[in-house]
Design a protein around this ligand. Structure first.
Ligand code: SF4
Ligand code: SF4
Length: 415
């Protein structure tokens, strides 16, 4: 058991009793049919390496990164295997051993270290991209780009104008009778690509009687970096948020509207121990919070067929499934249409759609088949990556459907 870097996760791998109940929920197993690309196969490999029976090699490295990290296997597992945590530790060991090379690693490093966590760099990049899109230069240059970049371009949504990418006010007062005070986590990608969702979230909370504070020193949550195996860098980002939210004073909760960030911050005690426990315990997804406190006021009607799709890191990472559906059902005339595959991954998985485009496309295709069959006019989901991936997929199929965060629909009905 010496030297692989996986020794610490060995006890966790023993939780797997090889029952196979997770197999049918695993998107990569569904696509490949390979045992090594299933949760059971991956845990078996991790355990073999931890016990020194199997060398830490390219096989485990490839499988660790082919995994979407969607955690559908955790929900399916009757034995409580903490797959997400095992995966993060495995990726960190693979990364430390230098087994991850090539352009996928390069993209991930560049995006997750140099762009995403640096607010000014990200803002400047998005500003440049917005200008290029508005001038139509991207379409002009597209035929000249290498195939990989052309594929990436297909995934890019339209970057909102600068006015829609402005930061939120530090304090938004409660409207009507005050019910409490909450802090809001803006995220890194959310203000740039989904500033309208952030504003709708704050407006809705204020209209429901909550004062909303936005701590100014908050930043990227570190989720994508941790999923990529960069646990130390992710912990640095997380520590900065612990300090930033401590300065918010007395609050009822820290509200998030991005499922991936919510799942990560909710588990800060795993990364940072006692230091992260307070913030971890304060986190609530916005739908979960509003469902708990109850909606105030009478929503206006919205006569649309809406398919709700569960973000993996909300349903599997945070156990929140019924709250968004209940809130949407509170909107008069809104018809919530069920589809066959709501809790499986859409293939976005952070920047997986850039690093593993073929598998991501296969996973997305099966999701879109299920959604298309339900004939929704609106697809609602609560995570920026899922919104972008499903929007690109729907656009690619020529579907006439709007993508929306559930909170946008609620804000339209209540604000
Ligand atoms: S996290 Fe998702 S892709 Fe990875 S093994 Fe589990 S179900 Fe499969
Ligand atoms: S469901 Fe859990 S215990 Fe069963 S094979 Fe999958 S990971 Fe192992």
């Amino acid at each position: 058991m010496e030297g692989s870097g996986l020794e610490a996760l060995h006890p966790g791998t023993l939780d797997c009793v090889h029952c196979g109940l997770c197999l049918s929920s695993c998107p990569t197993y569904r696509v490949t049919g390979r045992e090594t690309s299933s949760p059971r196969g991956r845990v078996y490999l991790m355990r073999g390496v931890a016990e020194g029976e199997i060398p830490l090699s390219g096989t485990l490295a490839d499988e660790a990164y082919l995994c979407l990290g969607c955690r559908a296997c955790e929900t399916a597992c009757p034995s409580g295997v903490a797959f997400g945590s095992l995966l993060e530790q495995t990726r960190a060991a693979v990364d430390d051993a230098g087994l991850r090379r090539g352009w996928a690693k390069w993209i991930e490093r560049l995006a997750l270290r140099q762009v995403v966590p640096r607010q000014r760099v990200l803002h400047g990049l998005m500003g440049g991209l917005s200008l290029v899109q508005r001038l139509g230069l991207d379409r002009l240059l597209l035929p000249l780009l290498p195939r990989r970049l052309r594929e990436m371009h297909g995934l890019l949504p339209r970057v909102p104008a600068a006015a829609d990418r402005r930061r939120l006010p530090r304090v938004t007062p409660a409207r009507g009778e005050k019910r409490g005070r909450v802090a809001f986590f803006e995220g890194c990608v959310m203000p740039e690509m989904f500033g309208a969702v952030n504003r709708a979230t704050v407006e809705l909370l204020a209209s429901q009687g909550f004062e909303v504070v936005v701590p100014p020193d908050q930043g990227c949550c570190g989720a994508l970096q941790a999923h990529g195996g960069e646990l130390e860098f992710a912990s640095e980002l997380a520590r900065a948020n612990v300090v930033a939210f401590r300065q918010a004073g007395e609050i009822d909760a820290v509200i998030l509207n991005s499922a991936g960030c919510g799942a990560a911050i909710r588990e800060l005690d795993h990364w940072l121990g006692e230091e992260g426990a307070l913030l971890a315990g304060q986190v609530r997804d916005v739908c979960e919070f509003l469902d708990q406190v109850g909606l105030r006021g009478t929503p206006r009607s919205l006569a649309k067929r809406v398919a709700y799709d569960d973000p993996c890191h909300l349903v599997h990472g945070q156990g929140v499934a019924s709250a968004p559906r209940r809130l949407l059902e509170a909107i008069p005339e809104l018809k919530l249409v069920a589809h066959d595959d709501p809790a499986s991954c859409c293939g976005a998985a952070g920047i997986y759609n850039l690093t593993h485009p073929e598998m991501s496309a296969a996973v997305l295709a099966s999701k879109l088949d299920a959604l298309e069959a339900a004939r929704p006019e609106i697809i609602a989901t609560g995570n920026p990556g899922c919104l972008m991936q499903l929007e690109a997929g729907a656009r690619g199929r020529g579907l006439d459907v709007r993508l929306a965060h559930p909170i946008e629909l609620l804000a339209e009905a209540l604000c």
